[in-house]
Write a new protein. Sequence first.
Length: 177
Amino acid sequence: MEVQEKLKKETSRGKFTLPENLHLTLVFLGETAEERLPEIKDAMEQAVSLEGNRFNSFDITFSSAGFFRRGNKELWYLGIDEKNNAGEKLLKELQSRIAAELRARNFNIDKRPFTAHITLGREIKSGPWPFITKNITIQVNRISLMQTIKSPGDTSGKNKLAYTELSGYNLQRQKAV
């Protein structure tokens, strides 16, 4: 991803997300017992087809990069354009539906407000400068239940993360106008 490459050039160090692992998390569940997977799958299905109204696919636009500071290190992310972005409103509605369905099934969901972002890298050491990127628009047409697997990394002993889809739901395609 072009934005991530730009960030790498401007930083002195960091752990960057592998391109195949770039994703947007709607709800983080943490470690969950395998026997609860059917409940999660049902919650997702209910969320995308609430009251018989199947959720349509939609576009979201990323337009800026920024960071959260943790101690003297930074977590850099690609952020969504919140101004005049109908897709961002739909994404928040979808996230809210999923979180509500999971809470109804007694899953402990983070109560902090949802902030849509894609993590570009962690433990980054850079100058304190957010930068603007050219707009990147993607179509959201599927949601997935993902499992994170830590595997032995390279010779430095760093673990490598891999994500595996356990279940997914396609969003309905919008009808051409």
